[in-house]
Design a protein around this ligand. Structure first.
Ligand SMILES: Nc1ncnc2c1ncn2[C@@H]1O[C@H](COP(=O)(O)OP(=O)(O)OP(=O)(O)O)[C@@H](O)[C@H]1O
Ligand SMILES: [Mg+2]
Length: 112
């Protein structure tokens, strides 16, 4: 099992959700977040002045998946979230030890 954390442009959320639906990924957590990458939040130059807001608004997705869903999920996020511009975001894939469905007590793969 893996936990996939993706930080994407808010404007790409709908496209990413649609792409995930096409590969049968229907369970996810979505959070508004702020952050910056290697440009340190600089978005460009305006009238000769560097325009820096530091913390940029992004959307974070958390998706817990079984192994066979890792590649389809990552591919769907890439397909829905890509513009080719800086700040498109990142995907982190983390090992996940366990998952427990609170209602039933099921654990592991079947609980996902
Ligand atoms: N190494 C990191 N650790 C934690 N969060 C990160 C990391 N890199 C990026 N992020 C988060 O992802 C968001 C988008 O990152 P971003 O796409 O700007 O990455 P980048 O490495 O600067 O790539 P690019 O050059 O394409 O902009 C950031 O605003 C931040 O919230
Ligand atoms: Mg960046």
């Amino acid at each position: 099992m893996k936990l996939i954390i993706a930080i994407i442009q808010p404007s790409k959320l709908e496209a990413v959700k649609e792409a995930l639906t096409k590969v049968d990924v229907f369970r996810l957590t979505v959070m508004d977040c702020q952050g910056f990458g290697r440009q340190k939040g600089q978005t460009g130059v305006y009238r000769g002045h560097e325009f820096s807001v530091n913390l940029l608004r992004k959307v974070q997705l958390q998706i817990a998946v079984n192994e066979e869903f890792v590649k389809p999920t990552v591919d769907a996020i890439l397909q829905g979230g890509h513009t080719g511009e800086i700040g498109d975001g990142k995907i982190f894939v983390l090992p996940m030890d366990d998952c427990i469905r609170i209602r039933t007590g099921e654990r592991g793969s079947e609980a996902i």
